[in-house]
Design a protein around this ligand. Sequence first.
Ligand code: GUN
Length: 311
Amino acid sequence: MSARVLDGADVANQIRSEVGPAIAAFTARAGRPPGLGIVLVGDDPASEIYVRNKLKSAAGAGLRADLERLPATARLAELLEAVERLNRSDAHDGILVQSPLPPAMGVDAERRVFDLIRPDKDVDGFHPTNVGHLVQNRAPLPACTPSGVIELLERSHVPIAGARAVVIGRSDIVGKPLAILLLHRHATVTICHSRTTDLAGAAAGADILVSAIGRPGFVTRSFVKPGATVVDVGMTQIDDRATVERLFPPGSKRREVFERRGALVVGDVHPDVAEIAGALSPVPGGVGPLTIAMLLKNTLTAAQLRAGGTG
Ligand code: GUN
């Protein structure tokens, strides 16, 4: 048996087709489109791809989207100034500083940046005020990847209420907020992480298993209860042949892609899991497009709220 594929691109298109007319209506009423300011520091190859996709998608949906780039050698003070400028800008309703920042900026750089973004422009949902609102189930701007996973599950008719959900990963960006969103929808939630004992055993109790740790092929068949829904949020760019050969059989499409490009984006979930899961959101084609769709939605919401909630 092969798992039903949860098609993230399809659900993302649904969301975009709902958000598009609302963006057009806001633009007509306000005399300007909702605006998104993105700051990218350095030249991390994965971040380059994510930011390019965000800009393209935002422009395609009718948003104004501006990119400010800073070199990898930029000082934290320069980045904080860029955020302050966007905080003051009337043209920008949403601000996104792409993570990760260069390590040279210091261990607390991300926290200082996210703390500085105005909460009503924080379309990532990372500001402590927005995290608090999320915990209290009243977030106007929920974090994009976690809310994208929820949209994917709900629109694919995967029951959440009463389900046992296991989230592998406890990051501020995905694991923690996703666990809270699942809890608000009445799942019984376990968060697993690097210190969890018998992680495979805990995962195998899940009706809904989500992995967000960025370790290629970590979730193997023994982690999965037959028929469970598995959502792969991991996205790791690999260029070593040994990992590709460990994950994908000779002659497979993914190996062909690797041979052509010399690199491959792979998820946390081993491909064999498709034989045992009931439903599977794969990488690529799963959650990635949803993160962007939710960013467009949050930017529209931020614009509407700044315009007095009527936008
Ligand atoms: N890096 C990986 N995912 C994200 C995200 O959702 N937002 C930001 N700002 N950076 C990221």
